[in-house]
Design a protein around this ligand. Structure first.
Ligand SMILES: Nc1nc2c(ncn2[C@@H]2O[C@H](COP(=O)(O)OP(=O)(O)O)[C@@H](O)[C@H]2O)c(=O)[nH]1
Ligand SMILES: [Mg+2]
Length: 218
């Protein structure tokens, strides 16, 4: 199951259709160690969950066709400082590179939720990223018996900082991971579309059927 909060109403996407041919999006995955950043990345790239990933920081490029349009995802699977004063700090190098953020915590690990909280603040305080698209992901939803962070807390954090929110299990399903990346892509494309007055709504909570009802892949 996926729990989602969408930060703003979509606008402009339809108007872009037919005009735009190739889209490139730089996506940065952040979060504490061991929350499943690499698992999410590898799931998206290969559809597989392989279990152990090692501590490697990599940028992957992945091309796909969505709604007939060529999309190139550049995905930076990061290793962030975990302890001390630097925990949750995001470097300028990361901030400058990315078009949108996926902030991952484990629903079984409260400390990892706190890291995401600090990272959200860090992003929203960075001048260039005040309104950058951010999706918060509570991963390891399959481990309900070890849950330490409620869905409500995740959803509230997302609402307070105008972020999207999903709870997923990279271990259990590919589809939840796909929805996260595609939703962020949509938000990135919106930020590139000139806005005509509409401020949009915050915190629109959509149902599962709305999430899965959209046919996004070919
Ligand atoms: N049960 C469960 N384990 C997961 C899930 N996602 C990742 N893991 C495991 O959590 C550990 C850390 O994952 P990894 O992707 O390396 O985390 P990273 O340090 O954030 O990149 C690995 O043992 C994964 O197999 C999930 O959704 N459910
Ligand atoms: Mg990793």
């Amino acid at each position: 199951m996926v729990v989602q909060v969408t930060p703003r109403l979509r606008h402009g996407t339809k108007a872009m259709e037919g005009r735009e041919q190739k889209v490139e999006a730089n996506i940065l995955l952040l979060g504490a160690e061991n929350v499943g950043k690499s698992a999410l990345t590898v799931r998206f790239l290969t559809r597989r969950f392989i279990g152990e990933y090692g501590d490697i920081e990599s940028i992957y490029s992945h091309s796909d066709k969505i709604d007939g349009r060529e999309i190139c995802f550049n995905i930076w699977d990061s290793l962030c400082p975990q302890n001390g004063e630097d925990a949750g700090h995001i470097s300028d190098r990361h901030l400058e590179w990315t078009d949108g953020f996926i902030l991952v915590y484990s629903i079984c690990d409260r400390a990892s939720f706190n890291v995401v909280r600090r990272q959200v603040q860090c992003i929203r305080q960075a001048k260039s990223k005040l309104s950058a698209p951010v999706i918060i992901v509570g991963n390891k939803r399959d481990l309900q018996h070890r849950r330490a962070v409620s869905s409500e807390e995740g959803r509230l954090l997302a609402l307070s900082a105008d972020c999207g929110f999903f709870e997923i299990s990279a271990a259990e399903t590919y589809h939840g991971v796909l929805v996260v990346f595609h939703e962020l892509l949509d938000l990135i494309r919106e930020t590139r579309t000139p806005k005509k007055g509409a401020a949009g709504f915050r915190g629109i909570v959509r149902s599962m059927s709305a999430v899965f009802g959209r046919k996004r892949t070919e």
